[in-house]
Ligand binder design. Structure first.
Ligand code: ZN
Length: 352
């Protein structure tokens, strides 16, 4: 197998919509290149990045954003950001949906609502894009906005980012720490999960604390999915999954997308891009060992994190794929890791 025949990559998580929302790039730059982001269409073609989950994410209010500087020490424990008011969070979410629509109208993405649509889009020049909500801060108690977002194409939702919501509580950016950092789902949170199950919206366990994780595992028959997390055994960060959690995911037939954020990969937990791709391979190896060859994929966090210098942006993905082939991953396994496992688990979750 040569690198030029590598299978296309469908990825579990990116934050390009946030970059558009913050005015750091435009739909024109995404289509034509020249953007100061980690994803645009020309570089996606170069890297074999065929698409993924595009997250809606409400940032902290201006001036309250936590930078990566806080994740450079030997240990750290960033405070959980304040809970957001749902109304401005909904305005931010709707604005990001409008950017998603604009990317589709200008030929950068194909919005996908089924696994068959993802499969069909993988070989097209546009990126296959599934609309995801990272942190349900914008959803109202009556779940009306959930239904509206579902009608607009939302097919995946994480109840929390690293802040409290009406539904649950996320883990802080804390190292070293397990994810057992707070209470589980609220009664409202259980209602949200049940409604997502009913609507066929995948639930993303990334960012949830361990009690919230266990609450969802106990109440859903859907495969358990963590779109962008790594192995706690290799990097003891609160954002990573312990062996016990990986066993629970494996039992459900679920999967984990490997996150490229430096702080969740490096054994020292530092958000510093200066390290070798062997570190990423070790997480792939470990997760495949725990979850099997059908339980692992990509969960890059492009445009939301500090990425290893030898990847840097989507055009650097061939370097990682070469490292995977050099590590002995054969053609069938590469196909699974690059996209088949994602389309398979989403097909089982969504039903078709
Ligand atoms: Zn995230």
């Amino acid at each position: 197998m040569t690198l030029s025949t590598m299978p296309p990559i469908f990825d579990g998580h990116n934050d390009l919509l946030l970059r558009l929302y913050l005015g750091e790039t435009t739909a024109t730059k995404v289509r034509e290149g020249g953007a100061n982001t980690q994803i645009d269409l020309p570089r996606a073609h170069k890297g074999g990045f065929a698409g993924g989950m595009f997250a809606i994410f409400t940032p902290d209010p201006p001036g309250e954003t936590q930078g990566v500087d806080g994740m450079m020490g030997a240990t750290y424990d960033l405070a959980l950001p304040d809970r957001l008011d749902p109304d401005p969070a909904l305005r931010a979410a709707i604005a990001q949906v409008s950017h998603f629509l604009e990317l589709e109208q200008t030929g950068s993405i194909i919005a996908c609502r089924t696994a068959a649509e993802i499969d069909a889009a993988l070989d097209k020049p546009e990126m296959a894009a599934v609309l995801h909500l990272e942190g349900a801060d914008c959803i109202d108690a009556d779940l009306r906005s959930l239904h509206v977002l579902h009608a607009l194409g939302l097919r995946s939702l994480g109840p929390v980012w690293s802040r409290k919501t009406r539904w649950a509580e996320g883990v802080p950016f804390r190292f070293p720490s397990t994810g057992d950092t707070g209470p589980g789902l609220t009664e409202d949170g259980k209602r949200l999960v049940r409604e997502c199950n009913r609507l066929g919206i995948a639930i993303d366990l990334s960012h949830l604390n361990e009690k919230g994780f266990d609450d969802i595992a106990a109440m859903t028959d859907a495969p358990l999915i963590a779109t962008h997390c790594n192995a706690y055994a290799l990097c003891p960060h609160a954002r990573n999954l312990t062996d016990r959690q990986l066993d629970v995911i494996a039992e459900s037939g679920g999967m984990v997308g490997v996150n490229f954020a430096a702080a969740f990969l490096r054994p020292d937990g530092q958000m510093n891009a200066d390290f070798d791709l062997d570190v990423v391979i070790r997480h792939f190896d470990y997760l495949i060992g725990k979850l099997g060859e059908n339980g692992v994929g990509f969960g890059s966090d492009f445009d939301g994190a500090t990425i290893p210098r030898d990847i840097a942006d989507v055009s650097g993905l061939p370097n990682l794929r070469k490292a995977m082939v050099d590590a002995g991953y054969g053609e069938a396994l590469m196909k699974k890791l690059c996209h088949e496992n994602w389309t398979d688990v989403l097909r089982r979750t969504w039903g078709g």
